[in-house]
Design a protein around this ligand. Structure first.
Ligand SMILES: Cc1cc2nc3c(=O)[nH]c(=O)nc-3n(C[C@H](O)[C@H](O)[C@H](O)COP(=O)(O)OP(=O)(O)OC[C@H]3O[C@@H](n4cnc5c(N)ncnc54)[C@H](O)[C@@H]3O)c2cc1C
Ligand code: FES
Length: 278
């Protein structure tokens, strides 16, 4: 049996610049059979390795219904991510996974879904949004509230435009105060404040949020105030990881391992650990 810690080689088919410090890699396993059988669910992550630089954890940004490739969007913050930014199309990286749990998309069917993202936190939400849109008629109202520091920090700009203009989902974009240029037509304000101003029907609605810890913490408070029950609210956490499979003990919060029990949690499950997490 193959050692689960040994990565599979994957070729970079394409690289897109999302922002000055975020790139999206489109990856195809060198082994075509592996690519055909690779399956995952929105919310799961992989361990991606760059020769001579090391390995890091990244969400799968594409959707399970995007067949024939996977995508990861990587923000440059340190050693491995800087090495990722040096890569070029045709280069080879290692991929192991998918790991972790996932968003319960089946349970969301028949209801409304509210996605709340900040900065690079749109990455795991993008996988879920694409998956939801691939079965649009199974869901009722879809709303996205997404914010970034400035217009150039918004990821997936073309896709945000597509979502805004398709007519069957609401997309609210916001920039942090001071980050807007004169021609900005969206909201100005931090994501939790922008969310707070909206009227949201909480009945039969699932809220899903990801972003910087400070944003998640405030968004959870706003959703609470709006009347969301903590079991209706999902977030995905990015504690530092090493093995990704529950063996090294690096990623725990209380008794939970983020790599194995998460990274997707209901607010209900993590409520008692909020001081530790945020
Ligand atoms: C489940 C999960 C999913 C993730 N998905 C993505 C993703 O889709 N895209 C993306 O760009 N990043 C994602 N991350 C974060 C990513 O793993 C780290 O940014 C990366 O490991 C940093 O590696 P490095 O060697 O470049 O940085 P290092 O040189 O190790 O560190 C540079 C700086 O980044 C900080 N850092 C390192 N790891 C983390 C972390 N996990 N969370 C917060 N800060 C960290 C360090 O404290 C340090 O300040 C995810 C993390 C987890 C756990
Ligand atoms: S990353 Fe090793 S136990 Fe979670």
């Amino acid at each position: 049996m193959k050692d689960s810690l040994v990565p599979d080689p994957a070729r970079i088919e394409d690289i897109r610049n999302e922002t000055p410090d975020v790139v999206t890699l489109r990856l195809v396993f060198e082994d075509r059979g592996k690519m055909e059988t690779f399956s995952f669910r929105a919310g799961q992550f992989v361990e991606l390795s760059v020769p001579k630089a090391g390995e890091s954890t990244f969400c799968i940004a594409s959707a399970p219904s995007d067949r024939g490739y996977i995508e990861c969007s990587v923000k440059k913050v340190g050693r491995v991510t800087e090495a990722v930014h040096m890569l070029e199309p045709g280069g080879i990286v290692g991929i192991r996974g998918p790991y972790g749990n996932f968003f319960p998309i089946e349970a969301m069917k028949g209801g409304n879904v509210l996605f709340i993202g900040g900065g690079i936190g749109l990455v795991p939400l993008r996988s879920l949004i694409r998956e939801v849109l691939s079965a649009r008629s199974d869901f009722k109202r879809l709303s996205v509230v997404y914010g970034a520091r400035s217009e150039r920090d918004l990821v997936y700009k073309d896709e945000l435009d597509e979502w805004r203009t398709r007519g069957d989902m609401e997309v609210v974009l916001a920039l942090d105060p001071g980050g807007e240029m004169e021609d900005w037509k969206g909201e100005v304000g931090y994501v939790p404040s922008v969310l707070e101003k909206r009227t949201i029907e909480t009945k039969d609605c699932t809220a899903v949020t990801c972003g910087p810890p400070v944003m998640i913490k405030r968004v959870l408070g706003v959703l609470d105030g709006m009347g969301f029950c903590s079991s209706q609210v999902y977030t995905t956490l990015e504690m530092k990881m090493k093995c990704g499979i529950g063996k090294c003990g690096r990623c725990n919060i209380g008794p939970l391992y983020v790599c194995k029990d998460g990274p997707v949690f209901t607010y209900e499950r993590i409520k008692e650990f909020t001081e530790e997490i945020f």
